[in-house]
Design a protein around this ligand. Structure first.
Ligand code: NZQ
Ligand code: ZN
Length: 401
């Protein structure tokens, strides 16, 4: 087991009907006036936004609203939010939504006290310093931003989607109320489950050897998500299944699943190859849900790299699908690993996720554009289990059509 530093400072408030508790939670942080950030309208339609404002009123916390965050959020609205936060002198940013809303809130929170342009942080031209406290009411288990030290924002003008990492902007409190996820469309539920599974796989497939405690947590969460996702596709208001997915999404990305698997104690475990490849797709095509892109890229990446570390892939096959090679031959190893990858893809497709990039309406003509920004983001080589050159990346993209 490699050395690690694990920090998950967020207070998680998890339960049925708990969305109504947000006011008290925010007041307990000492906030007097919040910037209330939300997305394209689902929280208005479901009545959640009204519940949140009632709760804030009851707790004596003032607020100013910023709606309209789009999926794969853009820096333009972040800039607008920073101006609003300054003008209104808010002392906390409250996200009511999913990863896109929470990431927008994070960027506003660390951009408000910086005099330059917030995009500087994403271009590594500035280091994040002061940050307003962030709270959230999560509405979709997927990105794990409610607990993660990541913030991912797109810049349409530059065709870039970039992330920054830091512990200072992990939310101080996350209210997780599984009932608010009953309204999720099947496609978003499925994309979320895919992202959760992928966050675990990115860490599981690091080059560290077996780490039984972490590996069992990883495979156990993946199995739980697979069972629960199958249940909610048939029964969207199954509370326990929704709750299982919601908590899994948090644990998948608060770094618990990487303890002992990272190459340096304060580095996130794994090479994040599938995320690196997917982010270019949703950067150029914001209409592609991050999880849906991953549903195609993750199996394609696995098929391309498994020979580089058969031990890890056999551990995955055994831990998630209880499959082992029938004997010690290379052929049996390949059969077991291929079976596991096929099963994973079959499962994702069964939820309604695409099998190919063509299913997402993408064309091979777009690959060069993705590679251009991938090179800008990652350099000539990236990844860990099997470092990928730009030609490898091209081959993976093309294999996914
Ligand atoms: O915008 P509204 O109208 O609210 O609708 C949203 C949106 O269309 C809808 N939705 C959310 N909760 C709902 C609901 N509809 C009905 N009922 C509900 N309860 O779902 C759609 C997707 O929302 P979004 O926030 O975009 O989803 P997700 O949580 O998957 O976030 C995706 C973004 O997070 C980034 C992704 O790249 C992408 O930009 N990521 C952030 C990470 C992080 N910060 O740690 C890590 C991830 O790997 C990921 O990269
Ligand atoms: Zn993700």
């Amino acid at each position: 087991m490699n050395d690690f530093v694990f920090q998950s400072p967020t207070r998680f408030v998890f339960g049925r009907g708990y969305a109504d508790r947000i006011g008290g939670e925010v007041a307990a942080l000492g906030a007097k006036r919040a910037l209330l950030v939300y997305g394209g309208g689902s929280v208005v339609r479901t009545g959640l936004l009204a519940r949140v404002t009632v709760s804030l009123d009851a707790a004596g916390v003032g607020y100013v609203e910023l709606g309209g965050v789009r999926p794969n959020p853009e820096v333009g609205l972040v800039r607008k939010g920073i101006e609003l936060a300054r003008r209104e002198q808010v002392d906390l940013v409250l996200a009511v939504g999913g990863g896109s809303v929470i990431d927008t809130s994070k960027a506003i929170a660390f951009g408000t006290s910086y005099q330059g342009d917030v995009w500087d942080f994403f271009m590594r031209k500035a280091t994040i310093g002061a940050c307003l406290p962030i709270a959230c009411v999560l509405t979709i288990p997927a990105a794990g931003s409610e607990a993660s030290g990541s913030c991912v924002i797109s810049n349409d003008e530059l065709g870039l989607k970039k992330g920054v990492n830091g512990d200072v902007f992990r939310p101080r409190v996350a209210v997780l109320d599984p009932e608010v996820t009953f309204t999720l469309p099947q496609y978003q539920t499925a994309a979320g489950a895919t992202d959760i599974i992928c966050h675990i796989c990115e860490r599981f497939f690091s080059t560290a050897g077996p780490v039984p405690v972490t590996d069992n947590i990883c495979c156990g969460i993946i199995r739980a998500v697979m069972d629960a996702a199958t249940t909610v596709i048939a029964t969207p208001d199954d509370y326990d299944a929704r709750a299982t997915i919601m908590w899994s999404g948090t644990l998948a990305h608060n770094d618990l699943c990487g303890c002992g698997r990272s190459s340096a104690p304060t580095k996130r475990a794994g090479g994040w190859e599938s995320h690196g490849l997917e982010h270019e797709i949703s950067a150029h095509r914001p209409e592609v849900a991050h999880g849906a892109g991953l549903a195609v890229i993750l199996p394609a990446w696995m098929r391309y790299v498994w020979r580089a570390n058969t031990e890890r892939f056999l551990a995955f096959a055994k831990g998630v699908f209880d499959v082992e090679p029938v004997d010690q031959t290379d052929e049996a190893t390949e059969d077991a690993i291929t079976y596991a990858i096929d099963e994973l893809q079959r499962f994702l497709v069964s939820l309604g996720m695409p099998r190919t990039l063509g299913d997402l309406g993408l064309s091979q003509d777009e690959v060069d554009g993705w590679l251009q920004t991938l090179r800008q983001n990652k350099g000539e080589r990236f990844g860990e289990l099997r470092p990928l050159t730009m030609e490898d990346a091209r081959a993976i993209y093309l294999s996914a059509f």
